[in-house]
Design a protein around this ligand. Structure first.
Ligand code: GLA
Length: 718
């Protein structure tokens, strides 16, 4: 809802439970007066009058006491008396870096347009655009703010239009800036590395700057395009949270600055490191979109993100579709397979109730190790012992779907593609380009490279009736340079790469709307909202150890719906950790997301196969809860509750057993307190399940898992 107040100078934007207030100062500067719990009133400019004026700051526009540096500016510029970090910096052809943005006008609309070339959240919303101009430079900067009332979400993207006769250099540009007039917060971010992605990290907030960024050409394993400020005592259920998540998959930055007077500025957007964009006359530049969520407690924040991404981001045709239980041959065989071995795995898989057979790396060109063939996307029929088409037919005949692994953004030095197009890789002339995993990155800023990828992947999908694609990316960008761009545009490469990739994904997912694409980047090295626009599921991590997965999946679940997380049961000892965990625990943990199996099932005993069969049968009976239910984190556990609160799946893992303890209880969440639920053979009220809790086993083994299904008993006790 948009309320325009105080002579069109104050704008109260409200969702169901949150509000944001913007105000135009007499000077024409746009400020953000408030963001938080929903507020009803009709005048807010008094907030500005209450701001104390600090010493040793310049006045603005010659007005004594008007200190811009004290103002909660909505999109702060450089070159005025506000000497904090600006939200953007432009350079003009005379060498000046000063931009003076003042409010020009606003527009409102009930329709949100797709951001050209970039993944965009779309759904019923209202859009207000604040158009700010620099009269001297003939430049327009528009803040496009979408109000997703039903989801308690705001999004913001920025559009720069160069109306002048000369080129402007964009040196930095963020998507959103949040100003808060207090600093009693802590910072929450998701950090980690390969094999331990998206660990929840709390950092203290002090005067100075805190930055998380990626310079890797992808969001990366080590950092996520997310930052939040929370009250110090925040819990799942209490405490204010201000969160930002960027809909982008490349170089980004999220930062928080605390100034000399305990004011906070939080921003996120494209990384300005080694970035520059030439904006020619009459051209427009669009930033990626930032998603802003204010919530009380982590659970509410998670629900807001999950619901919003399910309804307004993830491909509609898949988001409410239950995901197939898959078998992936990677950890079962690595490169060492032939048609015989695969057929054996496939027929076991079909017997166990598996619905999708995924053939991972090694099926094309001469690929038997990591040294060759990326880019040569022709099936190695000699290795398969039969045409791929025939192999796929056999899989289909067994009632399973067929999936194939690709790494389309890469090329091996030993490949036909590299021989034909050595200039298609990202590199700088005269410098020997660096190899990572023995491969180079293709220059996706080039249209001919984009066309090659679209054509080669489409041909395989079409000719072989592929139902699922695992889209991998196993190295980051080094040697950032393009043979295609002139020297003035070299710093545009990382962003142009992303625009190229998004274009390729736009075309492929539109051409094959029924193919399920799963994203992957050496595990979870590119798990972000930008990718979720195309990939309804993403491989969460190469670390398949059930215990490691508890924290990886918990961190990921903070923002992203659980049905977007690829989660597999793998062999023990685990290939990454060497840890041995019970098959039950591996199943329970993998059932937090899209259940798959990634081990040589032909080597299992009958008892183990029976257990897997049972796991799959059970998963199929409850997976609608993972797809569409509300997710809650519990103490060492988690649960999914159906929207109508009639059904729930509860899971718990006791990591280490302890001697001489008494059994504890698990307090459930999200149930209807007044209803009764059947759990095993007992009937217990929702209020008792939430406040007294479920009895936990006194574990006599490490890594002990328990799982319950709870169903509401209608009319009980009436
Ligand atoms: C990456 C992926 C793995 C597997 C291999 C194949 O590491 O994360 O799941 O597909 O590549 O080379």
């Amino acid at each position: 809802m948009i309320n325009i107040l105080e002579n069109e100078k104050t704008f109260l934007l409200s969702t169901k439970e949150t509000s944001m207030i913007f105000h135009v100062l007499e000077s024409g500067h746009l400020v953000e007066l408030y963001y938080g719990d929903r507020i009803e009133d009709n005048a807010f400019s008094y907030i500005i009058k209450d701001l104390k004026h600090a010493s040793y700051l310049s006045d603005t526009d010659g007005i004594e006491g008007f200190k811009l540096e004290q103002m909660p500016l909505a999109y702060p510029a450089y070159g005025n008396p506000d000497l904090r970090t600006p939200a953007f910096m432009f350079e003009y052809d005379d060498g000046s870096r000063i931009t003076d943005l003042r409010f020009d006008h606003y527009t409102c609309s009930k329709e949100k347009k797709k951001i050209k070339g970039l993944p965009t959240t779309l759904g019923p919303c209202e859009v207000i655009t604040f158009v700010l101009t620099d009269q001297i430079r003939d430049l327009q900067v528009s803040l496009n703010i979408s109000i997703f009332e039903q989801w308690d979400v705001f999004t913001q993207s920025v559009e720069v239009s160069n109306k002048s006769a000369s080129t402007i250099k964009i040196n930095s540009i963020t998507s959103a800036c949040l100003s808060l007039l207090e600093d009693n917060f802590q910072i929450v971010s998701l950090t980690g590395a390969w094999g331990r992605e998206r660990m929840i990290r709390n950092s203290s907030l002090t005067q100075g700057r805190f930055l998380i960024d990626s310079k890797r050409g992808a969001t990366g394993h080590g950092q996520s395009p997310f930052i939040a400020l929370t009250d110090q005592n925040v819990t799942e259920d209490h405490g204010r949270i201000y969160a930002m998540n960027l809909v982008y998959s490349g170089n980004f930055k999220c930062e928080v600055e605390v100034d000399m007077h305990q004011n906070v500025r939080m921003m996120c957007g494209l990384n300005d490191f080694d970035f520059e964009w030439s904006l020619a006359t009459q051209e427009t530049f669009m930033t990626p979109e930032a998603v802003l969520v204010y919530a009380r407690g982590y659970t509410q924040m998670t629900h807001r993100f999950h619901d919003f991404y399910r309804d307004c981001l993830i491909p509609r045709s898949f988001v409410h579709q239950e995901r197939p239980v898959l078998i992936n041959n990677w950890e079962a065989t690595y490169f060492d397979f032939d048609g015989e071995k695969l057929r054996h795995i496939a027929s076991e898989a079909a017997n166990l109730g598996i619905e999708l057979f995924v053939l991972d790396d090694g099926w094309y060109g001469q690929r038997n190790d990591i040294y060759t063939s990326l880019g040569d996307w022709q099936p190695n029929e000699k290795k398969l012992g039969q045409p791929l088409k025939q192999f796929v037919q056999e899989i289909h005949q067994q009632g399973m779907k067929f999936g194939l692994w690709f790494e389309p953004e890469m090329v091996s030095p030993q490949s036909q593609l590299f021989k034909q197009h050595p200039d298609w890789i990202i590199r700088v002339p005269f410098h020997k380009p660096q190899l990572a995993r023995h491969q180079y990155v293709l220059d996706l800023s080039r249209e001919e490279v984009q066309a090659f990828i679209i054509e080669s992947i489409s041909t395989i999908i079409r000719d072989h009736q592929v139902d699922y694609v695992k889209w991998d990316m196993n190295r980051n960008i080094t040697d950032s340079g393009s043979f295609f761009l002139d020297h003035k545009h070299q710093k545009e490469l990382p962003h142009r790469y992303m625009l190229g990739l998004y274009h390729v994904l736009d075309v492929l997912t539109a051409t094959f709307p029924n193919v399920l694409f799963e994203g992957c980047a050496g595990g979870g090295g590119r798990f972000d909202p930008g990718m979720l626009k195309y990939f309804p599921q993403i491989w969460t991590s190469d670390d398949t150890d059930a215990i490691e997965r508890l924290s990886i999946q918990k961190g990921t679940s903070l923002l992203y719906p659980c049905a977007t997380m690829g989660a597999h049961v793998s062999a023990v000892p685990n290939h990454q950790m060497g840890r041995i965990t019970p098959l039950k625990t591996r199943g329970v943990v993998a059932m937090m997301g899209d259940l798959g199996y990634e081990l040589d099932i032909t080597q299992l005993s009958k008892k183990q196969k029976d257990e897997i069969k049972q796991q799959i049968r059970f998963y199929k009976s409850i997976r609608h809860l993972i797809t569409d239910g509300d997710y809650y984190r519990l103490e060492n556990g988690w649960m999914f509750v159906s929207r109508d609160q009639k059904e729930a799946l509860v899971s718990h893992v006791q990591i280490l057993s302890q001697p001489n303890t008494v059994p504890k209880r698990l307090h459930l969440k999200g149930l209807d307190a007044a209803s009764f639920y059947q759990i095993d053979n007992t009937i217990i009220s929702g209020s008792a399940l939430m406040h007294i809790g479920l009895a936990l086993d006194q574990a006599k083994e490490d890594f002990h898992a328990q799982q319950w299904v709870i169903r509401k008993v209608e009319n009980y006790g009436d």
